[in-house]
Design a protein around this ligand. Structure first.
Ligand code: AMP
Ligand code: MG
Length: 328
């Protein structure tokens, strides 16, 4: 069975094609880059609708299939920016109706986990999902992916990007901050907020900007922001590992590109005799292949949807989804 999946939760419009035998035939995308400032939802959606046809054509050509070969359409139903989700959902519905094949909406966060389990051959990990819009520590238990901890305000990627933008570094600032951080070892005192199993980054963001205005160097601040926020992320992940006694740890999402975060998680995993995994960045960042793969899993486990049930779900939480393709 061949599934074509549309990703469109934020800055990326992606089309992936996967088979139920476990082959990724194509994974094409186009990323919206704002002229200035952060992601503007309406402009991102406009960019997606300008690009989706080309991305779709590229994916179908790359997979070397005919549209008639497609058996199933899936799409990112949520969570994400409404205008972007709607654009991807509309494309998915149009194609499914035209091809007369079933359609399935999948949860974007769960797709990140499932593609990682698939590409890295991981069985049952504690996953740290860190991106521009999401920060969650997730592990499977009793038919669902449970959220063990999450940010109470901004996502870690958003925190890094917002700080960068306010000091004149264009979007996305995360990679540039990583480079700057390598030039310092001077830890500046910043708020460290782990609240129970949850995290908060907005106070640190405000304080880092205040210290910048008072003359602290960008290198020192980049280093201190990373050390501080990553330590908090690793602390919560570590407690989830200790609690669940799982012996696999996985890092996914765009911030997974960061070498320092990988190093810290690797060290923590080693101390708990757990294996540490990071999927290739092609699959860590937002992409269509993970949506296609999740569509196949859901369909294979019997999930069916009418077009009328494909309305987008901007705030669809990871733990609201039943996961029938996994057994306890
Ligand atoms: P996503 O939302 O999953 O596509 O990921 C995008 C986010 O990842 C943005 O917030 C980027 O700033 C962040 N990001 C990408 N590369 C790095 C890096 N090397 N270090 C920290 N953050 C990064
Ligand atoms: Mg994502």
């Amino acid at each position: 069975m061949i599934c074509l999946g549309f990703e469109g939760t934020a800055h990326t419009v992606g089309v992936g094609i996967a088979t139920s035998e476990g082959e990724i035939l194509a994974n094409e995308k186009e990323v919206y880059q704002p002229d200035e400032g952060g992601i503007h939802p309406r402009e991102a959606a406009q960019s997606h609708s300008d690009n989706v046809k080309e991305v779709l054509d590229k994916a179908v050509n790359k997979a070397n299939i005919e549209p008639e070969d497609i058996d199933l359409i899936s799409f990112s139903q949520g969570p994400g920016l409404g205008s972007c989700l709607r654009t991807a959902a509309t494309s998915a519905r149009a194609l499914a109706v035209w091809l007369e094949v079933p359609i399935i909406g999948v949860n974007h966060c769960i797709s990140h986990i499932e593609i990682g389990r698939f590409t890295e051959n991981v069985n049952d990990p504690v996953t740290l999902y860190v991106s521009g819009g999401n920060t969650q520590v997730i592990a499977y238990d009793s038919s669902r992916y449970r959220i063990f901890g999450e940010t109470l305000d901004v996502a870690i990627g958003n925190c890094l990007d917002t700080f960068a933008r306010r000091v004149g570094i264009p979007h996305p600032g995360g990679p540039r901050l990583e480079e700057l951080a390598k030039k310092s070892e001077n830890l500046i005192d910043l708020p460290y907020s782990v609240k129970g199993m949850d995290l908060s980054f907005s106070g640190l963001l405000t304080e880092a900007l205040r210290k910048y205005e008072k003359g602290a160097s960008l290198e020192d601040l980049a280093y201190s922001i990373q050390e501080n926020t990553f330590a908090a992320l690793v602390e919560v992940t570590e407690r989830a590992v200790a609690h669940t006694k799982k012996d696999e740890v996985m890092l996914v999402g765009g911030v997974a590109a960061n070498q320092r975060l990988r190093q810290m998680l690797d060290l923590m995993s080693e101390e708990h005799d757990a294996d540490f995994y990071v999927p290739p960045m092609e699959f860590c960042a937002d992409n269509g292949a993970m949506i296609a793969w999740n569509g196949l899993l859901a369909y294979g486990a019997g999930k069916r949807q009418e077009i009328g049930e494909t309305r987008i779900r901007q705030r669809w939480r990871t733990d609201e989804v039943r996961v029938p393709w996994r057994s306890d």
